[in-house]
Design a protein around this ligand. Structure first.
Ligand SMILES: NC(=O)c1ccc[n+]([C@@H]2O[C@H](COP(=O)([O-])OP(=O)(O)OC[C@H]3O[C@@H](n4cnc5c(N)ncnc54)[C@H](O)[C@@H]3O)[C@@H](O)[C@H]2O)c1
Length: 404
């Protein structure tokens, strides 16, 4: 028997990203990114490593940064040890993060892999000749980039707008991981708790379902009446906004828009309530306004737990997880979305970047969904790997290859 080996979470995740491993195996032969540099601005955590190593297998040079508040130092160390250039600090400060983004663009990467639009917005302001285009991961990024299409005028494929990303990650994985995050931060139960979810898009649907499955009584608030009707017919209660806040033991925002819960709502928040955000930007719950409100008597911070307790002058107190940053990538031992959902989403990323690198997509492809043939290819590949018994062999081979 071999000596037992000591492996890290990065190794565990790499071994679990079976679709990316199979893609990397192909890329080693085809080298779609030979001679190209890819600049990335996406959460630096173990699943991203599996994507970045896949891109590198395809011949890409890499310059990488993360997003606000989600950079994991072990991931940065690992990437640097692999010879990847990383400009990133774990920070909540937009200015400090901006320095890293500028450092990426100063390298003039040929392709950008963006998450939230930070890199493309800057590239639109300071364009450079060799930028071919790239990918944007999120809903929030799409919303930012859409009005800039004329300025950007290059192929940018929006991973979020693939049906696969919508159901595999946003619907199924975000709910699970926000639920896991609530338990991980608080160690409190969900049974019998009243939960209000703001936003009933893909992420909100999964979040509402996960808490209902965990024996909570779930309400939904959405500004769109059609979506609210859908929530109602899905069996969730849909009280008016004030009542939904007033009654909630757990308040979750997952809309993609700022100022969903503001200082004006302080009077409504129930004693003992727990607030968390799953939307991309830490602006959905206006934590800064809470902190500065004259109605607040004091703030207690459980530093290691990343929990802040706001004590009101009228004697109520409530708790905010992760300062309103995406809870599934904040707090103690943040895990993010499930490996399988990210394996699918990141394979879409790799295939879309391959498509842009090949050329053939014009300005009309600026901020468009993932091409349908890529969706079909990725879905078939995942199903092939998942089928039993033949998939079992394919999976074992794919995982083994990832370690080479
Ligand atoms: N935490 C994660 O891991 C993760 C993963 C994927 C996406 N996201 C983020 O989650 C957010 C939501 O994504 P989505 O795909 O569900 O978006 P979506 O566009 O499908 O849904 C958003 C919903 O919020 C509603 N909404 C907008 N303003 C509102 C308001 N003021 N009050 C109540 N409802 C409101 C909209 O009507 C819509 O139904 C985005 O910021 C996205 O980037 C986070």
């Amino acid at each position: 028997m071999d000596q037992p080996s000591s492996l890290s979470r990065i190794d565990w995740v790499a071994g679990s990203c079976r679709l990316l491993a199979a893609t990397a195996k192909e890329f080693r032969e085809t080298k779609p990114f030979a001679g190209l540099t890819i600049g990335t601005g996406i959460h630096l955590e173990p699943k991203t490593v599996a994507l970045l190593m896949t891109l590198r297998a395809g011949g890409a040079g890499l310059v990488c940064t993360g997003n606000l508040n989600s950079t994991q130092p072990e991931t940065v160390d690992y990437l640097r040890a692999q010879g990847v250039t990383v400009f990133a600090t774990q920070t909540r400060d937009a200015g400090e993060h901006g320095v890293s983004l500028d450092a990426i663009l100063a390298e003039k990467p040929d392709l950008l892999l963006d998450n939230g639009g930070d890199l493309f917005v800057r590239a639109a302001e300071n364009p450079y000749a060799n930028l071919l285009g790239g990918t944007e991961e999120t809903t929030s990024g799409r919303t930012r980039l859409m009005p800039m299409r004329d300025k950007l005028a290059m192929p940018i494929l929006v991973i979020n707008d693939s049906p696969i990303k919508q159901f595999a990650e946003n619907r199924h994985a975000v709910g699970q991981s926000l639920f896991e995050s609530y338990l991980r931060f608080t160690n409190r139960s969900t049974n019998g708790k009243r939960v209000t979810v703001f936003g009933y898009g893909a992420c909100g649907k999964g979040t509402a379902a996960c808490f209902r499955n965990a024996f909570s009584s779930v309400s939904v608030v959405d500004i769109d009446p059609v979506t609210t009707l859908e929530a109602h017919l899905d069996g969730f209660s849909t009280p008016l906004r004030e009542e939904a806040i007033r009654s909630a033991d757990i308040l979750i925002t997952v809309t993609g828009y700022p100022d969903i819960i503001t200082a004006a709502d302080l009077r409504l928040i129930k004693d003992g309530a727990i607030l968390l955000n799953g939307g991309h930007f830490p602006l959905e719950i206006d934590v800064e306004a809470f902190r500065n409100s004259p109605d607040v008597a004091g703030i207690d911070r459980y530093a290691a737990e990343h929990i802040e307790t706001i004590r009101m002058r009228d004697g109520r107190a409530f708790h905010i997880l992760g300062s309103g940053h995406m809870a599934n990538l904040a707090g103690p031992r943040p895990l993010g979305n499930s490996v399988e959902s990210m394996d699918l989403g990141f394979t879409l990323q790799a295939r879309c970047l391959e498509r842009v690198a090949k050329g053939g997509l014009g300005k009309d492809a600026c901020v468009i969904p993932v091409p349908k043939d890529i969706d079909a290819m990725v879905a078939s590949a995942y199903l092939d790997l998942a089928r039993w018994p033949s998939g079992g062999h394919a999976l074992a081979n794919a995982s083994g290859n990832n370690r080479s």
